[in-house]
Design a protein around this ligand. Structure first.
Ligand code: HEM
Length: 224
């Protein structure tokens, strides 16, 4: 039955080459931990991706309950945590995942750095990686404010102060992040929410696409 449906679709839109391209792609021996134990270091990019997918999925479910305004934000998180079925688990995954993904990202970057995998012809992918790193840190920073508790509020106050200390464009940055009046308030929360769920994820999708396309084109770097 499933075979028939597959064949029907394949005959019309030729989907076999799409998954064959991934399924038949050979992984070189030097990245296989079954052959060389030290090859486990190659897992960190994939693990970063895995946790990123968990963050996106759990985050999508959180937005079903989260309310991005200063009257309701904290209560909506409280309700999600106390009343909603499995809400505690979904929020917990997003909360802990936010830290785990940074650890994986850091280990992946260390692997690439210490193996010199950023050298020609992979310089551009390193640059894309650095941009990804900033986006991921930005996601952590903006997400931290959303529960709208005391810790979130005063941590963001520090963030805004740091932004203000940037030479020349500090004032502009402060207004851009905090809104007007330039204190952490109603506008800051909606801005951080928009940045957290729309702007940065959109940037991340584009950058990850570039990252993966380059990995496939250039292949994984050779053995040391
Ligand atoms: C969400 C973030 C990221 C994901 C999901 C990701 C994913 C991956 C994956 C799956 C690979 C294949 C090899 C491996 O797994 O080690 C890879 C390779 C690579 N990554 Fe990332 N990466 C991320 C961030 C970064 C960052 C922050 C940098 C550097 C600043 C970076 C630089 C590179 C380079 C240069 C390669 C090619 C390495 C080689 O050919 O040996 N990536 N990445």
């Amino acid at each position: 039955m499933i075979r028939k449906i597959y064949d029907w679709i394949d005959e019309r839109v030729d989907i076999t080459p799409i998954w064959r391209d991934i399924a038949d792609h050979e992984v070189p021996e030097h990245v296989n931990p079954a052959h060389h134990f030290s090859a486990f270091v190659y897992c960190f990019g994939g693990l970063t991706f895995f946790v990123t997918v968990i963050q996106i999925l759990s985050g999508m479910f959180l937005t079903m309950y989260y309310v991005p305004d200063i009257e309701n934000a904290w209560n909506s998180v409280f309700y999600l945590q106390q009343e909603v079925a499995h809400g505690q688990i979904v929020r917990g995954m997003h909360h802990w995942g936010a830290s785990v993904v940074i650890v994986m990202l850091f280990l992946h970057t260390l692997r690439v750095f210490f193996q010199g995998a950023y050298k020609k012809p992979r310089e551009l992918n390193w640059v894309v990686g650095v941009l990804i790193f900033f986006v991921m840190l930005g996601l952590g920073l903006t997400g931290y404010l959303l529960p709208w508790d005391n810790k979130a509020y005063f941590a963001t106050q520090v963030t805004i102060d740091i932004a203000e200390s940037v030479p020349y464009i500090g004032d502009y940055l402060k207004t851009l992040l905090a809104g007007d009046p330039e204190i952490v308030g109603a506008q800051t929360l909606t801005r951080f929410f928009a940045i957290h769920v729309f702007f940065l994820p959109a940037a991340l999708f584009g950058l990850l696409a570039a990252h993966f396309i380059m990995i496939r084109r250039q292949g994984i770097s050779g053995p040391l």
